[in-house]
Design a protein around this ligand. Sequence first.
Ligand SMILES: Cc1ncc(COP(=O)(O)O)c(C=O)c1O
Length: 435
Amino acid sequence: MMKKKILELDRKHIWHPFTQKKNCEDPIVIVSGKDEKVFDIDGNEYLDLISSWWVNTHGHARAEIIKDLNLQAKKIEQILFAGFTHEPATSLAEKLITLLPNKLSRVFYSDNGSTAVEVALKVAIQYWYNRGKRKTKFLAFKGGYHGDTFGAMSVGYSSGFYGPFKDLTLDTTFIPFPETWEGDNKKYEKEKESLNFVEEILNDSPDEIAAVIIEPIIQGASGMKICDPLFLDKVLKRFKEKNIIIIFDEVMTGFGRTGKMFAMEHIITKPDIVCIAKSLTAGYIPLAATIFSESIHNEFVDTDFKKTFLHGHSFTANPLACSVAIASLKIFEKNNVLNKVSQIEKIHKKGLDFLKTNIKVSKTRLIGSIAAFDLIGADQKYGSKIGNKIREQFLKKGLLIRPIGNTIYLMPPYCIDNKTLENVYSILDAELKNI
Ligand SMILES: Cc1ncc(COP(=O)(O)O)c(C=O)c1O
């Protein structure tokens, strides 16, 4: 189909996410991808520096993944997951569990990050209910984002995306998140404030709290905000002592983004529940999982049907998606991908040190494959004009980035060529001078 026709149909029939149609440019028509690049219908190429919304891990059009996907498609593409099971789902569960701390042993599949979180929240509430207790309040960190379904919106309300839904959300208390960056001299003050806040809550009403949810170490959608893992350990220990269920939302951080397979490996205290999605399938097919400790799962195993978790999705544990996730994990092992992530981290470090000399750059921060900084003097709000302007300016230079307010970040697929990534920093430096 011609570009003109595609755009005509798009304008007429498509409703794009996170997009204000009134003043947006026509979208770019993408026709293909290869490794860290995607190509548009006019033959322009773009470096996918945000892994297509943080999902692509090993690059686009990976032959190994396509092969396993094809093989599975020839066997069975979909089967309901109540009363049936299959090898891709069971093998994947086994592989995930060997990668996670041994406490986490039960996998519940769903379709995306929001549903993985929704499952975690519902299970937390029903876990207490099955034990004869009514606990429906949640704790979360200010600015955290957990998805767009109602439960996820509730615990992510302070991220600022959900104005129209105020008053329709679950009761959630938001703990100050002590974000920090290189050269930050207020780190300890912020951590203290946060710890004091937690103590107050724990003194007040710990018995009503079903669970606490956190994006471990780095908050993504609120602007790649990082806290110290040692701080997290301190608060998490307190929640543990009070018997509050701990949920880690590793939807963004999972699968190597922070330099370890899961961000929880940077932290001593382990969660009772973990949510994964995005890179689980390397960006090829939607799939998510919420993984529970055996003791949580046991509260649902009973002769009383009322204790069953009555929740599920049509595509739960889709065999194609599970086979792709297994193919992705094979690449992690075979190509020692975490080693490549540490090379990326080193390039980011050098690049950020270089960018720090640019007068427009502040608050540089880095963990694993994620590097971020803020633009001094720019509007911090999500969807700000400056963010869109920068995005368009960089697209013209062949760099696919998507600032969050005044935060620019890089999170490339792990297959990115080292020299290519080094070069990105020179382009960034030159272009920022033109803003
Ligand atoms: C930490 C986190 N949790 C949950 C979600 C929601 O995931 P999805 O967009 O797949 O529903 C996101 C999405 O960006 C996320 O970053």
